[in-house]
Design a protein around this ligand. Sequence first.
Ligand code: DGY
Length: 311
Amino acid sequence: MKVFVTRTLPGKALDRLRERGLEVEVHEGLLLPREELLRKVEGAVGLIPTVEDRIDAEVMDQAPGLRVIACYSVGVDHVDLEAAQARGIRVTHTPGVLTEATADLTWALLLAVARRVVEGVDYARAGRWQAWHPELLLGLDLGGLTLGLVGMGRIGQAVAKRAEAFGMRVVYTSRTPKPLPYPYLPLEDLLATADIVSLHAPLTPETYRLMDRERLFAMKPGSILLNTARGGLVDTEALVEALQGHLFGAGLDVTDPEPLPQGHPLYALPNAVITPHMGSAGKRTRERMAEMAVENLLAVLEGREPPNPVG
Ligand code: DGY
């Protein structure tokens, strides 16, 4: 019985599969071209894909014996869930384990944008640091500002805790109000109120381009947008415009398209801090994600209910 793992994973979790007598094929490159994915998935009963792999009906039909897609991620927008359900394939994911790591990176981006850290590093490296000056590289003081969270699941709540520690006010929007110690606001009110808007919603047909041109320009002048969720939540072209005068800056760990191609106008904007989708990239977090994916996969193959099913 073959399990195909679309990238090497940190830690030793895959040994558990081998110990159970499963044949484990791991793709070792940074990139996995579509044709290779289609070829390598053949004959698999289990698949561990990353967010980089589009797992649709075509992939599933290459492996008629496929029983489980154990995503190495919490987000599952890269998997056609309906196609999986129609074929009786279970889909699982890794919620919870990457909450703190992703909240940490959200905070790192916020500090980097608000206090112009990357601009400062570039300035010093370029040999332009000649004197201390009262008006050099002025940024935003976070204390007293309002953070608006769009999506208030585990990660949104972990970001809220960090904001409290920085003396910020927190407001949020989500599909329905939750019993939380922060005011709930409809999205449009949140955009008019928040000094920083941070996105933590899943990407679905309903949330695609949630931050369109109108909403980006409805944000307060001089405010900051953070996105550590999914690039598709934001209209990238409109964001480029909004960053040229309307917004103070943006911190983006995810983009649309992704990867953001070299030469993209966003890279030329000093107030855009862009990281390569590394929200969960803590060593321990990534090892635990592998353990969860393996546990989910084994559960399905052994006829048990997986701990983290999707749907
Ligand atoms: C996820 O898990 O969905 C992240 O985007 C990658 O870890």
